[in-house]
Design a binder for this molecule. Structure first.
Ligand SMILES: Cc1cc2nc3c(=O)[nH]c(=O)nc-3n(C[C@H](O)[C@H](O)[C@H](O)COP(=O)(O)O)c2cc1C
Length: 171
C-alpha cells in the first residue's frame, strides 16, 4: 500500500552507480554517482549530476572531460569508497583497489571490472537545483557481456534478480 512521505520516497528509487573519473593537472579522482544516464541517442550524450562541493565538480569543469564506469555487482566496495570519501581529504586510489584502464580519448582513466564504460567530452554545463549537470558527448564506449550490474536501492547495493515475463502481449 502506498504511503505519502516525501523524504522516505526518495529511498525507493532503483538505480545503479557510475564511478565518475576525472583528471586535472596530473591528478586523478573517482566519485560515485547514482545520478548519471543517457540523455540523447543521436548524438549519443550522457549526463552526470555533480554537487558543487565535490572535488569532482572542479576537476570536470576545468578539464572538460569525464569517464563513467558503471559498477558491476563485484564493485560495491568501490562504489562505497568513491561515494563516501573525497579527494579533498584522502587518496581513494590508495584506500581501495581501484584498478584503472587507460582511456583512448580522455586523460581520466576508466575503472577495470565495470560492466560498461564511457569516455565523455563536456559539451554543456548548467545548474539544476543544487547540482551541476554536465552533458558529455560519448567519444567511445566499452562493455563486458559477462558482467552483471550493481543495483542501488534503499541505500544498499544488490545484485540483479531473476528475469520476469513481459506478459502475454509480447512474443
Ligand atoms: C551510492 C552513491 C551515489 C552517489 N551519487 C552521487 C551523485 O549522483 N551526484 C553527486 O554529486 N554525489 C553523489 N554521491 C556522493 C559523492 O560520491 C561523494 O560526495 C564523494 O565523496 C565526492 O567525492 P569527491 O569530492 O572526491 O569528488 C553519491 C554517493 C554514493 C555513496
Amino acid at each position: 500500500m502506498l504511503r505519502e512521505d516525501i523524504e522516505k520516497s526518495q529511498e525507493y528509487f532503483t538505480t545503479t552507480v557510475a564511478l565518475v573519473t576525472s583528471e586535472l593537472s596530473g591528478k586523478i579522482n573517482v566519485m560515485s554517482a547514482e545520478w548519471s544516464l543517457r540523455v540523447s541517442l543521436d548524438p549519443f550524450l550522457m549526463a552526470v549530476f555533480v554537487g558543487y562541493r565535490r572535488g569532482t565538480y572542479r576537476m570536470i569543469r576545468d578539464s572538460g572531460e569525464f569517464g563513467l564506469s558503471y559498477c558491476s555487482d563485484r564493485q560495491g566496495h568501490l562504489a562505497h569508497v568513491a561515494g563516501n570519501y573525497s579527494i579533498n581529504d584522502v587518496d581513494k586510489f590508495q584506500l581501495a583497489g581501484f584498478n584503472t584502464m587507460k582511456s583512448r580519448y580522455i586523460r581520466a582513466p576508466l575503472i577495470d571490472g565495470a560492466i560498461s564504460c564511457f569516455e565523455c567530452r563536456v559539451i554543456d554545463e548548467f545548474k539544476v537545483g543544487d547540482h551541476a549537470a554536465f552533458i558529455g558527448e560519448v567519444l567511445t564506449a566499452y562493455y563486458d557481456p559477462e558482467a552483471s550490474p550493481l543495483v542501488f536501492h534503499n541505500g544498499k547495493f544488490w545484485k540483479k534478480g531473476e528475469r520476469i515475463s513481459k506478459g502475454p502481449w509480447t512474443e
